[in-house]
Design a protein around this ligand. Structure first.
Ligand code: URA
Length: 292
């Protein structure tokens, strides 16, 4: 790799590229010319504290505020996606990785020991559902029930998510459900930034392999991770955003709804926007379809 950065940054970049190569991500080895990859932005993600509780609405502390996520213009029948920033982030691909499959990603993940979360886990919770789903839900990380069963969203919050999916006129097997981290954080704490950084490349590969029409982020950890922002979810919840050329909507986490049932109406409005894009009518026999 020719030297075009200060030596310490050059070393970091080379280490990072080697790490991605280990994960099977090789697109970064294409030489796109000086300045075309925003390594600085990636470092900001790394330094963004993500251990704030998932439902905390305040922006995470940080010296330089990150920009608001790109919004999709409203009004048009098929609104154009906002053009991504000229300088892509380290995670961003310029080509579609269409030979990747969930099976291969699961194999690459293996019996993962890449971060400290593996020490306390019982089962890796990779993800579950339709590998060709048009709709993917992304949560934060497994809880106790998920850790025991190896499946995402099977506890109390999961039951509510299932009701929400069914109210949309779908079944769990129609959608794909996964998390930012695949091992249970101890005491159900939010995943820490190094854990998110280590695990999220697998999530990105899952999303690229599934290629859904819509991604719904459940809670701020999922939203802040995918959007690479430190802004509180309440600033952009319910808005159509763009993620690597796909539509993304952030809404409240079902666990938040269990504690704040009055927020269910807002989430239902968000899901109705998703239903409109996917051409879904909602559950038959229940005009409002709203989960109770
Ligand atoms: N909460 C999450 O974020 N993910 C799960 O899988 C379960 C609960």
């Amino acid at each position: 790799m020719p030297e075009r950065f200060p030596a310490s940054l050059q070393q970091k970049i080379e280490d990072r590229l080697r790490y991605y190569e280990d994960l099977g991500i090789r697109l970064f080895y294409t030489d796109r010319g000086p300045g075309s990859v925003n390594f600085g932005a990636a470092e900001e993600v790394v330094s963004t504290p993500l251990h704030t509780p998932v439902f905390e609405e305040t922006a995470l502390p940080k010296t330089t505020p990150k920009p608001a996520p790109a919004k999709i213009a409203s009004g048009a029948a098929h609104p154009p996606l906002v053009v991504p920033p000229a300088v892509p982030s380290l995670f961003e691909t310029t080509e579609k990785v269409n030979d990747d499959t969930l099976l291969k990603i699961r194999e690459d993940l293996g019996e993962c020991t890449r971060c400290k979360l593996h020490k306390g886990r019982n089962k890796i919770v990779f993800g579950d559902g339709n590998p060709r789903a048009e709709l993917v839900f992304v949560g934060e990380g497994p809880g106790a029930d998920e850790d025991a069963q190896g499946l995402p969203f099977v506890g109390r919050a999961g039951k509510l998510l299932t009701q929400m999916i069914e109210a949309m006129g779908l079944q769990r097997k129609d959608v794909y459900i996964c998390n930012v981290v695949k091992c249970r954080p101890p005491e159900n704490r939010a995943p820490e930034k190094d854990e998110v950084q280590t695990c999220s490349p697998f999530l990105l590969r899952q999303l690229d392999a599934i290629a859904p029409k819509v991604i719904v982020c459940l809670g701020s950890v999922a939203a802040q991770t995918l959007l690479e922002t430190n802004r509180g979810i309440s600033h952009f919840r319910g808005e159509w955003l763009e993620f690597r050329g796909r539509k993304l909507m952030a809404t409240y986490h079902p666990a938040y709804l269990l504690r704040n049932p009055s927020a269910k109406g807002e989430v239902w409005k968000d899901l109705q926007k998703v239903m409109a894009v996917l051409g879904l009518q909602g559950k038959k026999g229940s005009p409002a379809g709203k989960p109770s």
